[in-house]
Design a protein around this ligand. Structure first.
Ligand SMILES: Nc1ncnc2c1ncn2[C@@H]1O[C@H](COP(=O)(O)OP(=O)(O)OP(=O)(O)O)[C@@H](O)[C@H]1O
Ligand SMILES: [Mg+2]
Length: 161
């Protein structure tokens, strides 16, 4: 499976990657975001949502565990669910909150701290890891499915611009 790595020298580079990812979204795409606290997962998601046309505030789903959005993809209205499972005590909360019912196959899922719900989650099409290195970040993006591979193939991102 193909992969992609880059150095994100500053926050602007993380935002630019989020914007680039907005252009490769497809219905049903599942993106898992790995990385320590403050690595830039929410920052990236915020830029992605804004580049996907969402107007308004993008809050971190720290306490709500999930914030739902609607975006337009090629004229089609698509749900985009942004999860942050860091504070989820027990994986059962995921089911009890009704999240499984919202995963209808067309919703795009972006999941921070997917490790917290392991096998309850839809498997990722793309696995993205942010690693803090000094004042910068390294990013690794791995395709995990044929759909992820197709998306990654379309990614246009040059961290130096
Ligand atoms: N490439 C980068 N280089 C340096 N700083 C960055 C970079 N990208 C983002 N940041 C900074 O890192 C922080 C990222 O915070 P953010 O809330 O996005 O982290 P997070 O991964 O979502 O953390 P949490 O797990 O707590 O939700 C922000 O302060 C942002 O300015
Ligand atoms: Mg976050």
């Amino acid at each position: 499976m193909p992969s992609f790595t880059a150095l994100l020298v500053d926050e602007a580079a993380t935002l630019a990657l989020g914007q680039a990812l907005a252009h490769i979204l497809q219905p049903g795409l599942v993106l898992h975001l790995h990385g320590e606290l403050g690595a830039g997962k929410t920052c990236l998601t915020r830029a992605l949502l804004h580049a996907a046309g969402y107007v308004g505030r993008v809050k971190s789903p720290t306490y709500t565990l999930m914030e739902p959005y609607t975006i337009s993809l090629k004229g089609q209205s698509i749900a985009l669910l942004h999860f942050d499972l860091y504070r989820m005590g027990n994986p059962r909360e995921f089911i009890e909150a009704g999240f499984r019912d919202q995963l209808d196959g067309s919703a795009i899922c972006i999941i921070e701290w997917p490790e917290q719900a392991a096998n309850l989650l839809p498997p990722p099409d793309l696995d993205l890891t942010l690693t803090v290195t000094g004042n910068s970040r390294e990013v690794e993006l791995l395709a995990k499915s044929e759909q992820g591979k197709a998306c990654l193939h379309q990614l246009q991102f040059n961290p130096h611009h």
